[in-house]
Design a binder for this molecule. Structure first.
Ligand SMILES: Nc1ncnc2c1ncn2[C@@H]1O[C@H](COP(=O)(O)OP(=O)(O)OP(=O)(O)O)[C@@H](O)[C@H]1O
Ligand SMILES: [Mg+2]
Length: 334
């Protein structure tokens, strides 16, 4: 398979590294088709977009007609010889952002239909961050429409693959109400794979173990560290700001936050305040209600059962060690 070159930071391209199991999952879906849309969610920056874009290449090589859209960035890839499809995507992407977002997200449904009408027999739709583009209120009906293509294609097909990725913890709940999608968590990169990425970074850098303990294998965070010239404090401060961990906020939840910093599974206790849990999910600080660590249910390698150092509990995990560190620092400051 041709491995993609990805922009890791301004002026630095890296080659798509590892994710062997997650790519195997795509091969499995290509063989068997997805009977329901696959909703992939995971920590912010864990590599969902990179994997989806690499998957588009893989599916092309497996002779699929592939449409990948990333409406928030007005970006798309179309691997198909149907020029009309490419043109309609390009026209949509050329619109102003507000229009383009909605159009790109909804177009994939029409264009999948169009490809099938034109007797294309292997179809893949990969939709990235669509829910942020169309709004959470539309998420469920969007997934239902995707399911419609799988269940009632306008002609018969040999294989169809539908994958939607989101980092919004809240969408998971919104869509979980219905049985219209399979939920597939993705975790940060496994250690060996992460090392392959780390080794591609030039210049002076902290030892690998240090990068691993800070990021827990999250490539997005590794990129932030690189951009900050490996200034962990700066990256943590930025997280505190971005997550709005204000003194007032952490003061309010001090006891439970302190417990969760010690052990995220504390939030699994029946006494843990639901309001706090929901906010931590919404802020993309934790992943709540982690699936059993069986690779059948995951897109790629599941995380370990527990890893106290990385902040991974059995049922609840910090998205990365630095997400936990941001909360710890905010608690100290308050
Ligand atoms: N397997 C990989 N090999 C090389 N680089 C990667 C890999 N996965 C991710 N990256 C890089 O790490 C950064 C974050 O990855 P990516 O944007 O795919 O994460 P994400 O899960 O889609 O994030 P978000 O939650 O913000 O949508 C990007 O710069 C990306 O190019
Ligand atoms: Mg992404």
């Amino acid at each position: 398979m041709e491995r993609l070159k990805l922009l890791f930071a301004p002026g630095l391209e890296v080659q798509f590294a590892d994710r062997e199991m997650a790519l195997k999952k795509i091969e499995e879906w290509a063989r068997e088709s997805t009977r329901l849309p696959q909703l992939v969610f995971g920590p912010e920056g864990c590599g969902k977009t990179a994997w989806l874009r690499q998957s588009a290449v893989l599916l092309k090589e497996l002779e699929f007609h592939v449409i990948y859209v990333d409406p928030l960035r007005k970006y798309f890839e179309a691997y198909t010889d149907v020029k009309e499809v490419v043109k309609r995507l390009a026209d949509a992407a050329a619109e102003a952002l507000g229009e383009a977002k909605i159009k790109l997200a909804s177009l994939v449904i029409d264009l999948a239909d169009e490809l099938i009408r034109r007797r294309k027999r292997k179809i893949a739709i990969l939709a990235d961050d669509v829910f942020q583009a169309i709004g959470l209120g539309e998420a469920a009906s969007y997934v239902k429409a995707l399911l419609g293509i799988i269940e009632y294609p306008p002609r018969s097909v040999d294989a169809i693959v539908v994958v939607v990725a989101t980092s919004e913890g809240v969408t998971r709940r919104e869509i979980g109400r219905h049985r219209w999608a399979n939920h597939r968590p993705m975790w940060n990169m496994p250690k060996e794979g992460f090392k392959q990425l780390y080794e591609q970074i030039p210049g002076e850098k902290p030892p690998f173990e240090e990068a691993w303990r800070a990021t827990g294998g999250n490539p997005g965070l590794l990129a932030e560290l690189y951009r900050s010239r490996w200034d962990i404090n700066e990256v943590v401060e930025e997280l505190v700001r971005r997550k709005e961990l204000t003194p007032e906020y952490v003061q309010r939840w001090r006891t439970w936050l302190a417990k969760a910093v010690e052990d995220p599974d504390a939030l699994w206790s029946p006494d843990a305040p639901r309001e706090l849990i929901d906010e931590l999910i919404e802020k993309n600080l934790i992943v709540y209600n982690m699936f059993v660590r069986d690779s059948r249910f995951w897109a790629g390698e599941p995380p370990p059962e527990r890893d106290a150092e990385l902040g991974i509990g059995k049922r609840v995990a910090w998205q990365t060690p630095l997400h936990r560190e941001a909360v710890r620092i905010a608690l100290e400051g308050a």
